[in-house]
Design a protein around this ligand. Structure first.
Ligand SMILES: [Zn+2]
Ligand SMILES: [Zn+2]
Length: 880
């Protein structure tokens, strides 16, 4: 009978579903293994083979773990709220509730047809009220602890998606979803105070086994800097009143700057503050060029953060005339600039500029003709010759040309910004009064100490991480459970009134006015105040879909719970996730948010069980975890015709197409084989055919079967290869080297093809090894062989076990070990040495070894070698 994947795959999918083979019981004596995929957006186009790569990895690992005796939780669900579903709905006019449902059923069909063993009883869908009820509940918990708040803020607004975006959703100034240039707007928005957790989110990266590149991205995103806050008093020409600050009278205006380089304080020649700095307004009456300053600030407010920080753009600024800042270390007065490259949201919103030791300050100082004072020399004693890096007359590099063309003063037109580098490293202080000759590190300490004594400075820590913007002016999301009462103000919806259901409205298109479409539904907006009963209004913004995905991994442990988001004991049984597989694009969004939620829930003792000392049940022992995903693996992207698969590029391969043609097992095997699992790989149709051929070979091996009773001999060579393959496949799957695991199996099958008869036990071992990768074919053959007694049987369920309930094969370490023999080395027939070698050592290898022996060398060195006689496993004779 020929291999017919279409027929046998459907058959086994039905049987597995009927017998609930992959359903996970909560109670089990086996150790647990929680293997999780990032749940997909239900897009109308369905999944392509690129999406299926990661799912194939997790399925192979889950099936192998199952065979290794683990109770495996491998659930699946849908991240159903959010822009992809909604944008599709807007384009087609179909309500998102309907299109989402359709998309989910399509994707589910695709996943089933690929033979993935998900426990569908635990399926969750984030747009269902029974799920988002608890997402809203999470919001209320954070609100109760003052970790959710509303404030007016400059926000990133996508004019095409007509909604606010989180900072993380803006890539190079463009909307992550639609690539439109993001605009800046001032709107009242909801935030989660993730910044309260900055330090823990940073430190606890050490606790988890994640790819280093993701950890680095998170570290940079959190962006911790330790430094000094330094107070610069403001003078208006009269003598500064230094003493009054320390005296507790804060009447004196001052600028609080943050720097990581207090050692360069003597080199500060100007101070820069952000356009949004409140001090500017306070100093208005003293600023002589107010009109100009005001205009500059207005312009700056329109720019997005990306534009303001862009490296390639010349930095602009304007001096505040009429006032000066006083450097607290030497009482020198320095000019104050407003410049948009300083952000109010970072540090104190003010910096001290040290043009001799900071490239950006240097360029700015050159442009505005400000003094440059060197205060650090390199440790080898040399001063940095930054000014000599410029050859004004000859240089015509593009950078110089650009600088010449750029508007501004005369002197900058000669300056090559790009080629002059200032000395930015640590070194030894010069021109720094009593601190001269100190090393940078020591000087930072000493200068901070000096300032602290005078109440003019202190050590400080700042993070780049900002609070997480969670409100969206869109329809397709979980409504934020807040009510505005004219008497009581902001009132949270009582927990008993959850969920705040998303009404089915016809006009779900975004308004673009910074208001959610829900505002158009009077029925939704109108509500009684839960506190006083007065007529009040509901919040009409919805939650960012990343809120839904920040806790879904907990719900899988207890998906049907109606009273709580999850039962503590069930969460204790399953969490944390042992292995999480998904794309690296979520590094600073989902993966950071989920860690934040887990830490919050841990602090609230919601995923935490106190030890019950009176209980003898081990399950009531204290359990605690504050990291959701112990191990993370990012699968590589699948390319075709050199580009990421996408409908617009027309290079999409659907699993449906491959499965129809070659079967799911072939597709799975190719997903594994196409390249290293964590690297981007190009899809090849030829490669798919290769896998199909391989499976046919495995199928045809059944013709060589002889029952165990016939006692045919397997050659030692083949048995050794079989056990080596068991070892290799076991270890390779464990370390995500799926491609080499597949090729090891291919080598084995090629060898087995050469022998006339195959003992059934060895064939069974091969099938078990292949089972997680090609589940349908192996299950079929396993049943055909009539496991385990050797009686052929084509039925499953008649007392026969699935191959996935069999034990994962173990290798015999004795068989793997190379046999060692003594090899005699002769020179002209006389024994000169003996060495221990592997029995199957090759002629070349034996020659090489023999020639390198000292005793042999003495005899043959400088002589012409006429002949080498090699008797495998016995002797080697060198004739000179
Ligand atoms: Zn957009
Ligand atoms: Zn009220």
């Amino acid at each position: 009978m020929a291999y017919n994947p279409q027929k046998l795959e459907k058959k086994w999918q039905k049987i597995w579903e009927k017998t609930r083979l992959f359903k996970t019981p909560d109670k089990s004596k086996k150790p647990k293994f929680y293997c999780l995929d990032m749940f997909p957006y239900p897009s109308a186009e369905g999944l392509h083979v690129g999406h299926l790569r990661g799912y194939t990895f997790s399925d192979v690992i889950s099936k192998k773990k199952m065979m290794e005796g683990y109770n495996v939780l491998h659930p699946m669900g849908f991240d159903a709220f959010g822009l992809p579903a909604e944008n599709f709905a807007i384009k087609t006019g179909i309500h998102p509730a309907i299109s989402t449902k359709k998309a989910i059923s399509n994707i589910k069909k695709q996943l089933l047809s690929a033979g993935f063993g998900y426990d569908w009883q635990r399926e969750i869908c984030s747009s269902q009220p029974d799920y988002y009820k608890w997402t809203q509940w999470m919001f209320l918990q954070l609100y109760k602890r003052d970790l959710a708040y509303k404030k007016e803020a400059p926000v990133n607004f996508c004019p095409s998606c007509k909604t606010v975006l989180a900072r993380e959703q803006v890539i190079d100034g463009k909307c992550e979803r639609c690539d439109s240039l993001v605009e800046k707007k001032y709107l009242k928005q909801w935030f989660f105070k993730i910044t309260n957790y900055a330090e823990r989110l940073l430190n606890d990266l050490n606790k988890i086994d994640w790819p280093e590149k993701i950890k680095i991205m998170q570290r940079n995103w959190i962006g911790k800097s330790e430094g000094t806050e330094i107070k610069f008093l403001i003078s208006n020409g009269a003598q500064p009143k230094v003493g009054r600050v320390g005296g507790g009278l804060e009447s004196q205006f001052l600028i609080n700057v943050f720097t990581t380089r207090a050692d360069t304080l003597f080199g500060c020649t100007y101070v820069v503050i952000a356009p949004e700095h409140p001090l500017i307004e306070e100093l208005k009456s003293q600023i002589e060029n107010w009109k100009e300053v005001e205009k500059y600030i207005e312009e700056a407010k329109k720019k997005t953060e990306i534009e303001r920080l862009a490296e390639e753009k010349a930095k602009t600024g304007i001096e505040l005339k009429g006032i000066k800042a006083v450097n607290p270390i030497n009482n020198q007065e320095v000019p104050i600039f407003v410049a948009d490259y300083v952000l109010m949201e970072y540090g104190t919103g003010a910096i001290m500029a040290v043009p001799a030791h900071d490239q950006r300050d240097f360029i700015f100082a050159k442009k505005y003709n400000l003094p440059i004072i060197e205060v650090i020399k390199s440790a080898n004693g040399k001063k940095h010759k930054f000014s000599q890096a410029v050859d004004e007359s000859k240089d015509s590099s593009p950078a110089t040309e650009r600088a010449k063309r750029s508007e501004g003063r005369k002197e900058e037109t000669f300056f090559d910004f790009a080629n002059a580098r200032v000395f930015e490293e640590d070194g030894i202080l010069i021109n720094s009064g009593p601190f001269s000759e100190l090393k940078s590190e020591k000087a930072r300490e000493e200068i901070t100490k000096y300032l602290r004594k005078r109440n003019l400075g202190q050590t400080a820590i700042y993070y780049k991480l900002r609070d997480w913007l969670i409100s969206r002016q869109r329809y397709w999301g979980a409504p934020i459970p807040i009510i505005y009462c004219p008497k009581c103000g902001e009132v949270p919806v009582p927990e008993k009134d959850l969920p705040v259901k998303l009404p089915k409205i016809k006009d779900f298109k975004p308004t673009g006015k910074g208001e959610s479409p829900l505002a158009k539904s009077k029925k939704f907006v109108k509500v009684k105040c839960p506190k006083c009963g007065a007529l009040a209004k509901r919040e009409t913004d919805t939650l960012d879909t990343f809120v839904c995905s920040s806790w879904y991994f907990l719900r899988y442990a207890d998906p049907e719970n109606k009273k709580e988001p999850f039962g503590k004991l069930k969460v204790k049984n399953w969490l944390p996730v042992d292995l999480y597989i998904g794309g690296a694009e979520h590094a600073v969004m989902h993966l950071l948010y989920a860690r934040f939620f887990t830490k919050f829930l841990f602090d609230q003792k919601l995923i935490y069980i106190e030890e019950d000392k009176s209980s003898s049940l081990p399950s009531l022992k204290r359990s605690a975890f504050d990291e959701p995903f112990l191990k993370l693996f990012n699968q590589g992207t699948v390319y075709r015709q050199g580009a990421k698969m996408s409908k617009s590029k027309g290079n999409v391969v659907t699993p449906d197409h491959i499965i129809q043609k070659f079967g799911a097992d072939t597709m799975r095997l190719y997903e594994l084989f196409m390249g290293p699992a964590d690297q981007a790989t190009e899809w090849s149709d030829k490669g798919v055919i290769g896998m199909y051929r391989f499976l046919n070979k495995v199928w045809n091996l059944q013709k060589k079967i002889k029952s165990q009773k016939s006692k045919i001999k397997t050659t030692t060579q083949n048995l050794k290869l079989l056990h080596q393959t068991i070892k290799k496949v076991t270890e390779d799957i464990e370390s995500f080297r799926f491609n080499t695991a597949v090729s090891a199996l291919m080598i084995l099958v090629n060898e087995v093809e050469k022998i006339p008869k195959l003992p059934i036990a060895n064939y069974q071992l091969l099938l078990k090894l292949l089972a997680p990768m090609a589940p349908h074919l192996t299950e079929e053959l396993w049943q055909k062989l009539g496991n385990p007694e050797g009686k052929p049987s084509a039925s499953y369920g008649a007392g026969k076990k699935s191959i996935f309930l069999e034990k994962w094969p173990e290798y015999d370490s004795k068989l793997i070990r190379e046999e060692i023999v003594t090899l005699v080395i002769q020179v002209n027939g006389k024994v000169r040495d003996k060495i221990e070698v592997e029995a199957d050592i090759s002629r070349e290898k034996a020659k090489e070894l023999a020639f390198s022996q000292k005793k042999v060398k003495n005899w043959i060195e400088g002589k012409e070698i006429k002949k080498v006689i090699f008797v495998p496993g016995k002797l080697i004779n060198v004739v000179i």
